[in-house]
Design a protein around this ligand. Sequence first.
Ligand SMILES: CC(C)(COP(=O)(O)OP(=O)(O)OC[C@H]1O[C@@H](n2cnc3c(N)ncnc32)[C@H](O)[C@@H]1OP(=O)(O)O)[C@@H](O)C(=O)NCCC(=O)NCCS
Length: 229
Amino acid sequence: MDSNDLEGLTPNMNTSSPTAGERPVVRVKELSERDRRRLLMHFLALDDSDRLLRFGTILPDELITRYVQRLDFSRDTVFGVYDANLALLGVGHLAFTPRETSSILHNATLKARVAEFGVSVASNARGMGIGSRLFERAAIRCRNEDVDTLYMHCLSSNQTMIHIAAKAGMEIHREYGEADAYLKLLPASPGTMLAEAVEEQFATFDYGFKANTKAALKWWNRLPGRKAK
Ligand SMILES: CC(C)(COP(=O)(O)OP(=O)(O)OC[C@H]1O[C@@H](n2cnc3c(N)ncnc32)[C@H](O)[C@@H]1OP(=O)(O)O)[C@@H](O)C(=O)NCCC(=O)NCCS
């Protein structure tokens, strides 16, 4: 991924660790079947230490491929943030499970389902708020899906993720080098429904704009006499 592609995030973005005030606008879009190849590219680009942090083990390429092939978009929700070239800078996977089948959360709620969240951000796009925005979007989706318990598992050494979890008000339990984080969520409201619908509309517009720009550039570069970039 070219660092220029990060410009797709915002026109005025500064790539050297922007402070909270300088952060780009991050559009989080719900992903679908057509994103499977991009998801694979995103996960395969994670190095061993990121794979360990994301999956709890250094998943080899074959198992990552299988994980992506098996993602069920009708059962779970996958969110993403695209760069200007429509590659995925960040991915959040929200897996819904019936309460009884969750060994960890079956006593945590009376709701029918609980949710587990996993997230990864491309190494060259960190510190811009993408991970936090993916998490916030996942939390709002849980509320709108009548799920009041959001769970996340990570290594205790994962200070960045623990910081994001603590900032969101998650209760964090550390044991044997691992950390479990729980967030109790309020019920849905007209405000949460509207917020999610508006965010998805903006993200869809942003995606369309990037897709059209990409297609136009491709066409332009193919014109006779132009050197392809
Ligand atoms: C964890 C991860 C998703 C964070 O993504 P990100 O886009 O960089 O996160 P954000 O930019 O939204 O937020 C990072 C926050 O952590 C803080 N942070 C960064 N490094 C930190 C550290 N070593 N200790 C404490 N906080 C740290 C940042 O200051 C920022 O906080 P702020 O928003 O209050 O300023 C990303 O680092 C990643 O993909 N890691 C590998 C996979 C992984 O660990 N997944 C989580 C397990 S499911």
